[in-house]
Design a binder for this molecule. Structure first.
Ligand code: AKG
Length: 345
């Protein structure tokens, strides 16, 4: 374990006793939750800090004294524990000289992205969820499809996954459901949107399902895209073309607002998995997940239903991101796929 970590992650373990240990296999990326690992580590002494990073199969622990860290090494190295998925995993511990906790600076939200918490009440959430008729198969009326990764339903205009666009001269009869009116008025009054949308996509994600990273086609929709999260919270990943990724918690009953750079330049997507890495402490509900790397844990996903509202664009997009804009560049799809999802079943 020592050599594997050294090789892949640049972690330098030392042979003398220090207060800090790297715990190989004891990481969020391995299905081990913070609560579970803490329970094991605290049996050996007083834990001053526990650093768990998203997707990493290891963590770092710092004890108050060297005696305590030594006890943890002697007691836990090579010992088995049961992870959050019920599987046995073997922990491997090594002393480390220094953990650069301070290097893990919190990233900032993509520019133009906002999360409004508690935008609807629990009563309205229930009403909205109950209003969806998933059995209505009258395709072309309220276009409904089962994609590999989730259930979807379209209103106003059907979103076509073959060309990542809408047929602008073929509106669906009925427009958007009236039940959405009060939410949209509230968003308008609150300044979250400047115009009332005319297209709605409802997505339903079972635990383990997701949506591939994509940018909504610039020529298809206007600047503002809003998405209401109902039923369960979820983590959405935003990625800049330079590779920078920001994972953001979307709480239940919150509204995600994407405008400007976050809408035009960054991809957004949901990784298909059954657990999300989230903040361990109560209090902060929405926001960036890696903002406190010493305070992360695993969260079991529930069924999330999202209402994504957009306004169909009637004139070419003139955004400031021509490299990813299909209105301004004919090669956009080769360079930067907007919606790599041909996953109809
Ligand atoms: C889409 O339908 O294109 C989405 O990005 C859905 C986002 C969401 O589920 O909040």
């Amino acid at each position: 374990a020592r050599h594997t970590l050294l090789r892949h992650e640049g972690i330098e373990s030392v042979s003398h006793v220090t207060e800090s240990l790297v715990v190989a296999n004891g990481g969020l990326g391995n299905g081990v939750s913070r609560t579970q690992l803490l329970r094991v580590l605290e049996r050996c002494g007083s834990v001053e800090a526990l650093l768990m990073l998203p997707n990493k199969p290891y963590s770092f622990v710092r004890y108050r004294t060297k005696e305590e860290s030594k006890k943890a090494y002697v007691t836990l190295n090579g010992k088995e524990m049961v992870d959050d998925l019920g599987q046995n995993i073997t922990l491997y511990l090594n002393f480390v000289e220094k953990v650069h906790w301070e290097d893990l600076r919190p990233p900032v939200l993509p520019p133009g992205l906002m999360i409004v918490e508690e935008i609807v009440s629990p009563e309205d959430e229930k009403m909205l969820l109950e209003s969806i008729d998933w059995t209505d198969n009258s395709f072309g009326q309220n276009a409904q499809k089962s994609l590999k990764h989730r259930k979807v339903k379209h209103y106003g205009y059907e979103f076509r996954y073959d060309n990542n666009n809408v047929d602008k001269d073929k509106p669906l009869p009925g427009g958007l459901p009236d039940i959405c009116n009060s939410l949209l008025e509230k968003c308008l009054k609150g300044g979250h949107i400047k115009y009332i949308p005319d297209q709605l996509t409802i997505n339903q994600y079972e635990p383990g399902q997701g949506i591939p990273p994509h940018i909504d086609t610039h020529s298809a929709f206007e600047n503002e895209i809003i998405s209401l999260s109902l039923g369960a919270e979820i983590v959405m990943d935003f990625k800049h073309p330079d590779g920078c990724t920001v994972s953001v918690m979307l709480p239940q009953r919150s509204l995600l607002v994407m405008t400007g750079e976050s809408r035009y330049l960054w991809t957004h997507g949901i990784t298909p998995r059954k657990f999300d890495v989230i903040q361990a402490s109560e209090g902060q509900k929405s926001g960036i997940i890696t903002s406190d790397a010493g305070n992360l844990t695993l969260n079991k996903r529930g069924v999330r239903t999202s209402f994504t509202f957009r306004k169909v664009r009637r004139t070419p997009c003139d955004c400031s991101y021509p490299l990813v804009c299909d209105s301004q560049s004919c090669h956009q799809n080769e360079a930067f796929p907007s919606f790599p999802e041909n996953d109809k079943e």
